[in-house]
Structure formats: C-alpha cells, structure tokens
Ligand binder design. Structure first.
Ligand code: UDP
Ligand code: MG
Length: 319
C-alpha cells in the first residue's frame, strides 16, 4: 500500500508550558510513524496559535526553523476560539493535499500513541475515526458530571454527537472535502462530522492529566459551545417551546373552566388558591424569559450567519 500523507493539527491557546514538552513528543511520534512506513515522509504537524499572549508562537517558529519540512504553523490575529483554530488547521492541511488529518489538543491529554490505530482504521476504509475516552479517571466529579450532562443534553436537544468524543479525530480527504460543503460561519465540528454520515469508526483511549497550565475551557465557554452546537444543528428547542405553550394553554383553559364552575355553579367567590397562583405566576414569567432567551439564541445565530464575517483571520503562516 502506498504511504499516506498525514497532517496532525494542534490548536494552541497560551500553551507555552505544554508545547515545550509536547512539540518534541509530537515530532517523535510523527518520525516514528514515518520510520515505520505508516505515513509518508512529507507528513507534517500544523500548530495553530489562536491568539496566544504567551510565547506559544515563538516556540512554534523555533521548531519550524529546526525542521521546516515537518513543522508548520498558523498564527491568528487574535483569539477566535478552538473550533476556528481546528478548522483553519484542517483547511491548511486540505489545501496541501494531505490524505488524512488528525486533530489533537496541545496538552496531549489525548493519548498521542494511538495515532497509528487511527490510521489503521483509515486504511481499512473509514473516512472519519473518532477518538473516544475510555474513562475519566483523571477528571474531578464536577468535570465528569458536566461532560456527561453536555453529551446527554446535546443529544436530547437534537444535536447528535458521539458520546465521550471531543476533538481527537481523524478525517480523510473525502471528509475534508465534505467539510467544505458546510458553508455556515459558526461550525460545530463534532456535529458536522456526525452529520455527514460518512463511514466512521472509533478508537478508545485513556485521558491523561493536563501536565502544564490550566484548561482553557471555562464552564461558561462550554455552555456557549453547547448553545452554538444546538442552535446550529437543531430546532428542537423551538419545538419544545411550542409544546410548552400548548400544554400551558390547555392547563389555563381547564383552570378557567374550573373557576367558572366554582363561581357560577357552586357560588364560591373567595379564591382559595391565591398562594399557588402567585407561585405559578412567578414560574410562568421565568419560563417566558427562558423561552425568549432560547429564541434569542436562534436570532443571534441568524445575525451572525447573515453577516458572513470571516471565521478567523490569519496573521502569519509557516510553510
Ligand atoms: N484552545 C484554543 N483556543 C481557545 C481555547 C482552547 O485553541 O480559545 C485549545 C487549547 O490550547 C487546547 C485545546 O483547544 O489545545 C483544548 O483546550 P483545553 O485542553 O484547555 O480544554 P479541555 O481539555 O480542558 O476541555
Ligand atoms: Mg485539555
């Protein structure tokens, strides 16, 4: 079999501490794959600096100077977010005609030694190979819970994603071609690749502890990602609002009839449910705000998409 050209795409945001160790690790991983004839010698690693304020870019530049063939880089003008960094790296790889690309986090929490397994699956004919976490031994209870809640909620809301898969993933040339057909500005990559329906498989891996620096994903950022993912893939929340509306209308109709019956037929005038009513009123106004908020999310998405602004802006590229 002829050897495949691989690109390893690494999004980096203030990852100076991680990269010091992980650039050599990734380089060794790639070299080992080349030496084992798993991938071709013109395979490369592309680091995408997502507007870091530390020495991340310097480290990438230095690594590139030492090995221009295997180390490439993209630098954004500012922080555009991890999805944009991944996308830009994948576009870079696609433009250079790679056979497949793998995305992996700069902290190497995702076991890089599994890359060969991804490529084996690809050689067996898979267009997408998902990295799936075996367990979350290294995560705290809160992180475990939030990530469980994230996957369950996303799927419930109609944005189908592979459980326990984040962004450790191999994509074939065909998968990258298909990505180009998704024209929206705000791409939720996990959803997009699932949506393509291309032949896929998964590789299990153990999550490692983050050795340096802190997670760049705050809970707020995770909520934003969930909201964007759901609104860009599904209108189920809007439908739920519609159903809630119907149910509440029916309840109030029933309540009205009951009250009319009490007043006109039974002759009871003093309402005996005033407290319930106040609580119900408060609940209703909360619910209304929530529903308006959900609709607002969709309106916001529409505005962003209509404006058609660039997904990210590149300051420098190392070729
Ligand atoms: N990242 C990025 N831009 C951002 C935030 C994060 O490129 O705005 C990168 C980050 O450098 C890392 C990857 O995305 O390589 C995943 O981030 P992190 O490890 O902080 O997330 P976690 O593993 O905690 O979910
Ligand atoms: Mg991480």
């Amino acid at each position: 079999m002829d050897k495949k050209r691989l690109a390893i795409v690494v999004p980096c945001y203030n990852e100076e501490e991680s990269l010091k160790d992980n650039i050599p690790v990734l380089k060794n991983t790639l070299e080992a794959l080349i030496n084992k004839n798993v991938v071709s010698d013109d395979s490369f690693i592309c680091f995408v600096d997502d507007g870091s304020r530390d020495r991340t870019w310097r480290l990438v530049e230095d690594a590139h100077k030492n090995d221009t063939k295997h180390i490439k880089g993209i630098m954004f003008t500012r922080n555009f977010g991890n999805q944009k960094a991944l996308l830009s790296g994948l576009e870079y790889a696609h433009n250079r005609d790679v056979d497949c690309a793998i995305t992996i986090d700069a902290d190497l929490q995702q076991d890089e030694s599994k890359i060969e397994e991804f490529i084996n699956k690809y050689n067996e004919g898979c267009e997408i190979v998902y990295g799936v976490r075996k367990d979350r031994k290294t995560d705290g209870v809160l992180k475990k819970f939030t990530s469980y809640a994230f996957y369950t909620f996303m799927n419930l809301m109609g944005a189908n994603i592979v459980p326990n898969h984040s962004e450790y993933r191999l994509m074939s040339k065909k998968a990258l071609d298909t990505l180009g057909l998704y024209k929206e500005r705000k791409l939720f990559l996990r959803g997009v690749f699932f949506d393509t329906g291309l032949k896929s498989d998964y590789v299990e891996f153990d999550v490692k502890k983050r050795e340096h620096g802190d997670s760049k994903f705050t809970y707020l950022a995770l909520m934003k990602l969930a909201a964007e993912g759901i609104t860009s893939f599904s209108v189920r929340p809007l439908r739920i609002i519609f159903y809630i509306g119907i149910i509440i209308s029916l309840i109030s109709l029933l309540w009205g009839t009951l009250t009319a019956y009490r007043v006109f037929i039974l002759g009871i005038h003093a309402p005996n449910h005033i407290d319930y009513y106040e609580i119900f009123e408060m609940f209703m106004s909360g619910l209304q705000m929530l529903c308006i908020g959900i609709i607002g999310e969709y309106v916001g998405q529409i505005i962003q998409e209509v404006k058609g602004r660039p997904r990210s802006i590149i300051e420098k590229e190392l070729d």
